[in-house]
Design a protein around this ligand. Structure first.
Ligand code: HEC
Length: 93
């Protein structure tokens, strides 16, 4: 299980770097997009990034951190949180 998780982490990191190389996103936003797509579908469908404002996303992400802890899932670490927030902020309403 740990090895599988590590593999997923390595793959998502590489995909983010490729996206950033495209120039559409900063490195941080690109990593955030990959994490968002990988982590935020565990419990429900992927939400539309433009459904909330930047500040609303911050508060909602904090709530989702709690939901992950309650479900015995590792929450996003500080860097991942900043990456996902940066991506959502770039697409927010
Ligand atoms: C552990 C399961 C779980 C994960 C993982 C999860 N969520 Fe959620 N999410 C929930 C639950 C439960 C709700 C229902 C609202 C609540 O928290 O009471 C919800 C609701 C939402 C909503 C709807 C809020 C509304 O007002 O309609 C959005 C948007 C959302 N999540 C975004 C995310 C994002 C972004 C991520 C990834 C960082 C994420 N979720 C990961 C459990 C999860």
């Amino acid at each position: 299980m740990r090895r599988v998780l590590l593999g997923i982490l390595l793959i998502t990191g590489a995909a983010g770097t490729l996206l950033a190389a495209d120039g559409e996103f900063s490195e941080q936003q690109a990593q955030g997009k990959v994490l968002f797509e990988a982590r935020c579908v565990a419990c429900h469908q992927l939400p539309e990034p433009d459904m909330l404002t930047e500040n609303q996303w911050k508060r909602l992400l904090q709530l989702m951190q709690k939901r992950m802890q309650q479900a015995d899932m590792p929450p996003l670490d500080e860097e991942e949180f900043a990456q996902v927030h940066a991506y959502l902020a770039s697409q927010s309403k």
